[in-house]
Design a protein around this ligand. Structure first.
Ligand code: ADP
Length: 394
């Protein structure tokens, strides 16, 4: 049996997992997911190189039979025990979307902590309940197994109070209505490796652009979060695959009063019908938009880039300057045209891109003369969770 740390990211209908061998370093050995929970479950698993495992480990439920979170966890556990010489899970690290203002770092997810985290479920109803349910399911199966909750919000708790506040009546702010910021595990990972890439800049003022299906940007000084484009929820800030990003709250009132939408209909518009998909009417996938000749695809890409450059100005202002810009996540790591368009629009702040380095993917994509260093750095949120888990169970 090989000792491993299991990292889980549970959603409403899927459980994504990664398996890290516990040795001198944390070595990724498997990744996969069970999706189609509560409908028709499907299991996919890949090795560390992204190759699908052969033979296929099978499907978790018979046709017509549904599987919930409990069944999904049981299937993953059985698979790991039976794979190769057997993987012995020594700890589980969970991505938990919300740690509120109390949890400023990863914690052991004891039943008391989970009950406390449940009080934050109204702040993240689409994610928090599923994250916590998975912790409870595992606790029921193996109460002695250490579980660690790692939060998307924790990294941002170093922000000054003014960066976390909304100008709302104090009685509403006291209920927890404030800017939390998300993608914290990604930013924390980038902060941990930035000194290897840019030792001087990592001590200074950096904007990290996490551009994936979900997208946000973070201002960091000396590796600590100072401001973020995401606020109370993960729908704020940049336009994303299907989320609208920053919106005048008056638009919401218009949708309700003039278009007769109820809460769920508004939620559907701002979370699932907007962003790249909504503007283009074609796709939420940046790859498809970049190769499309349709002017609506161009409009969606242009708006995405424009909003990034506006936010860059705002975040640089919050730090009083800018020393480095980092692109990460699916689009940030893989789309040279997006990086170039952003860089062209923010040349005013002293950014000069090296076209060849940009097309090759970096890691450094700015010229020697550029006043601001520009980098492409792959993120690894799951490794960050595994590191936190390891540190807490040791
Ligand atoms: P998630 O937020 O789901 O983790 P990812 O970080 O995987 O998302 O990013 C997904 C996005 O990255 C999609 O819009 C996808 O089109 C985009 N992407 C991935 N590869 C490329 C590429 N080579 N060129 C442009 N966009 C890409």
């Amino acid at each position: 049996m090989t000792d491993v740390i299991l990292v889980l990211n549970a959603g409403s209908s899927s459980i994504k997992f990664r398996v890290f061998e516990v040795g001198t370093a944390l070595q990724l050995v498997l990744r996969g997911q069970v999706d189609g929970l509560y409908t028709q479950a499907r299991f996919r698993v890949y090795d560390q190189h992204g190759q699908a495992l052969s033979p296929d480990p099978g499907t978790p439920s018979a046709p017509g039979e549904t599987l919930g979170h409990e069944g999904g966890i049981a299937f993953i556990s059985d698979f790991l025990r039976g794979h190769r010489d057997g993987y012995q899970v020594v700890a589980v690290g969970h991505r938990v979307v919300h740690g509120g203002d109390r949890f400023t770092t990863a914690v052991l997810a004891t039943p008391e902590v989970v009950d406390e985290l449940d009080k934050l479920s109204p702040l993240a109803p689409l994610h928090q309940p599923h994250n916590l349910k998975t912790i409870r399911v595992i606790h029921k199966r193996r109460p002695e197994l250490p579980q660690v909750a790692c939060f998307d919000t924790a990294f941002h708790r170093t922000q000054p109070a003014v960066a976390q506040a909304y100008a709302l009546p104090a009685s509403i702010t006291e209920l927890g209505v404030r800017r939390y910021g998300f993608h914290g595990l990604s930013y924390e990972y980038i902060a941990s490796v930035l000194p290897d890439y840019a030792p001087a800049a990592s001590k200074g003022r950096t904007v990290v652009a996490h551009l994936g299906n979900g997208a946000s940007m973070c201002a960091m000084v000396g590796g600590k979060s100072m401001a973020s484009t995401m606020g109370f929820t993960a729908v704020d800030g940049l336009p994303m695959g299907t989320r609208c990003g920053n919106l005048d709250p008056g638009v919401i009132l218009y949708l309700i009063d003039q278009l007769g939408m109820d809460t769920r209909a508004v939620e559907d518009v701002i979370y699932r019908q907007s962003g790249l998909l909504g503007v283009s009417g074609l796709s939420s996938d940046m790859r498809e938009l970049l190769v499309s000749a349709d002017p609506r695809a161009r409009a969606a890409v242009d708006l995405f880039v424009y909003r990034i450059t506006r936010e860059l100005g705002s975040l640089a202002a919050a730090m009083g300057g800018l020393d480095a810009l980092v692109f990460t996540a699916g689009i940030g790591e893989n789309a040279p045209p997006i990086r170039k368009s952003v860089a062209d629009l923010v040349a005013w702040c002293g950014i000069e891109l090296d076209a060849e380095a940009n097309s090759k993917g970096g890691p450094c994509i700015s010229t020697g003369q550029s006043r601001v260093g520009v980098w492409v750095i792959p993120t690894d949120e799951e490794l960050m969770i595994a590191r936190h888990t390891m540190a807490l169970v040791r």
